[in-house]
Ligand binder design. Sequence first.
Ligand SMILES: Cc1cc2nc3c(=O)[nH]c(=O)nc-3n(C[C@H](O)[C@H](O)[C@H](O)COP(=O)(O)O)c2cc1C
Ligand code: SF4
Ligand code: SF4
Length: 247
Amino acid sequence: MIFYFSGTGNSRWVAQELADLTGDTAVSIADIVKSGSCPEIAQGQPIGIVFPVYAWLPPEIVSDFAANLPADTGSYRWAVCTCGDEAGRAMDSLTEKLRLSSAWSLQMPNNYILSFNTDPAETVRAKVKGAKQRLPRIAQDILDKKEVWDVHAGSFAGLKSSLIGPAFNRFARSDRSFHAEASCTGCGLCQEVCPADNIELRNGKPVWLGGCLKCLACIHRCPERAIEYGKATRGKGRYYFSDKLLD
Ligand SMILES: Cc1cc2nc3c(=O)[nH]c(=O)nc-3n(C[C@H](O)[C@H](O)[C@H](O)COP(=O)(O)O)c2cc1C
Ligand code: SF4
Ligand code: SF4
C-alpha cells in the first residue's frame, strides 16, 4: 500500500507512477484523515509513503499518520519525498515515526511561492523528466526490497530540520494572510482541492478557517489567479503538476 500526501500534485504523480510500476495501490492520506478510516494493512504487507518536504521536514499530517501506522510488522517500508531542492533530514525525522528500510528524495518543481518563486519553465520540465527517468529504478529497488538511502539532504541539513522545520510548524502555518481578490468568480475550486477542508465559500468568496497545512493547493489551482498571500505572492508564478509536462 502506498500512502501519499500532495498539495500541488507532484507527490500524487510520483505515488501513482510507483503504484503502476510496482502493481500497488496509491491512497491519499488526506482522504483517510477526512474520512477517519484507513484501509486494512495485512501482516508483512509493504508500506510506502510519498510526501512533499515542508521546511526540511515531512508535513505534520504525514508524520502523525506514519506514527499511527501499525507497529513494526517486519514488513518492507519505504518512503519517497519530493522537494524543490533539498530534503534536509526529513527522512531521518520520518523514520523516527515509522522505521524505514529505504528512502529516496526526488527533485520536483518548487511550489513554495511565499518566499521564493516558481521555477522557470525549462527547469520545471527538466525536473519532471529527471524524476520520470529515476522512477523505474526506484520501483525495481522497492520490488526487490532493497535497502537504499538515497536522499539529497543539502547544506546545514541538521540545523534546518531541527530549527526551521519545527519553527515553521509552530509559527508559520497561519492562513490569515490568504485572501481572494476581486477577480474571484466563486467557482469553488479552491474549496474542492483543499486537502484539509479548510476553505468555505461564503457569499461566493473563499474564507480560510484556520486549519491550514500550507500545502498551497488553493493558491496554485485558482483558475483566475485571484488568491494571494499578503503581498508575498504578488507577481509570482503559479504551479500545478500536469500530465502535459510529460509530453
Ligand atoms: C510549506 C512548504 C515548504 C517547503 N519546504 C521545502 C524545503 O524545505 N525544501 C525543498 O526543497 N522544497 C520545499 N518546498 C517545495 C516542495 O517540497 C516541492 O515543490 C514539492 O514537490 C511539492 O509537492 P506536492 O506538489 O506534492 O505538494 C516546500 C513547499 C511548501 C508548500
Ligand atoms: S478557485 Fe479562485 S476563482 Fe474559484 S472560488 Fe477560489 S478564489 Fe475564487
Ligand atoms: S487552505 Fe490552501 S494552503 Fe491551506 S491546506 Fe487548504 S489548500 Fe492547502
